[in-house]
Design a protein around this ligand. Structure first.
Ligand code: ATR
Length: 270
């Protein structure tokens, strides 16, 4: 049976094993997909050992190893190269192929499930790390009127904007005039929303946090309190990026809608 892992730290609560098990059942594939925790700083050694001992077919990589994974791979897809991060690895002999399905997962969820069309829209991206890079690369070709990146450390936003041909702003200079606000910062990990003025939500139809947590994140609460009519967490993106990884490995595209409904219902009961 083909073996797959999701590698992260911490990773015990990852939904990926459940999502891939549901995809496999739906598509009639037999796979063994488990989570595995690597100590930070030991990615290369730990992955080497896993390959020797388990001979995995593929792996998903999550926080904090996506950049380590990009360095480890012998070949990268264009979208992984632009993101500077890998979340999907395929092993083939000595070759290690790295891909990044996060941006495609985001676009699929926002366009297909949320019904948001990026054409002519003003986009505000909060954060300038790996998560922001992957998503900006995926939405850049979609015909937005303007993409602005804002970051706590302004210099990172400026250099990302220069590289991607988009606009940069400091948190303190932000105001109204955005159709969608995306949170790609990890501020929520410390229990806070990024320190942005709530006017950024004044014209927004959608606020989207890339993070999925059991409860509303501080960014989601801020967006709701600021009157944003639609606020979404990253559950849909998580399922869509998984579906894209599944397709990369097994060549079949699973139906994500029933998986989303099941996991959303389970989260609401918990
Ligand atoms: P990832 O790969 O998840 O994007 P990262 O590359 O470490 O992780 O980037 C984390 C992002 O969250 C950065 O944009 C970071 O801002 P800085 O460049 O100023 O560090 C942002 N971030 C982290 N904690 C934050 C906080 N408390 N408030 C606002 N932004 C924060």
């Amino acid at each position: 049976m083909k073996k797959f892992y999701v590698i992260g730290h911490p990773v015990a609560h990852s939904l990926s094993p459940k999502i891939h098990a549901m995809f496999a059942a739906q598509c009639g594939e037999e796979i063994d997909y488990q989570s595995i925790d690597f100590e930070p700083g030991c990615f290369i050694d730990s992955l080497g050992r896993l390959r020797r001992e388990q001979n995995p077919y593929g792996a998903n990589v999550t926080v904090p190893f996506k950049r380590d994974a990009a360095d480890y791979c012998t070949e990268l897809t264009e979208r992984a190269r632009v993101a500077g991060a890998v979340n999907t690895i395929t092993f083939s002999g000595n070759q290690v192929f790295g891909d990044n399905t996060d941006g495609a997962g985001f676009v699929h969820d926002v366009c297909a499930r949320c019904g948001f069309d990026f054409v002519g829209k003003r986009v505000l991206m909060l954060g300038a790390g790996g998560a922001a890079r992957g998503v900006i690369a995926a939405i850049r070709p979609l015909g937005c009127a303007r993409i602005t990146v804002a970051n706590r450390t302004e210099s990172r936003a400026v250099s990302l904007a220069e590289e991607m041909g988009i606009h940069a702003a400091a948190f303190t200079d932000l105001g109204r005039g955005y159709d969608i606000v995306i949170n790609a910062t990890s501020a929520g990990l410390s229990g806070a929303a990024p320190a942005v003025p709530n006017t950024i939500f004044s014209d927004a139809q959608l606020a989207y946090d890339l993070v999925y947590a059991q409860y509303s994140t501080p960014f989601m609460r801020l967006a709701r309190e600021s009157g944003c009519p639609r606020v979404e967490d990253g559950l849909g993106m998580l399922i869509e990026q998984a579906a894209e990884s599944f397709k990369v490995w097994l060549g079949v595209a699973p139906d994500t809608a029933p998986v989303y409904m099941a996991l959303r219902a389970a989260a609401e009961k918990a």
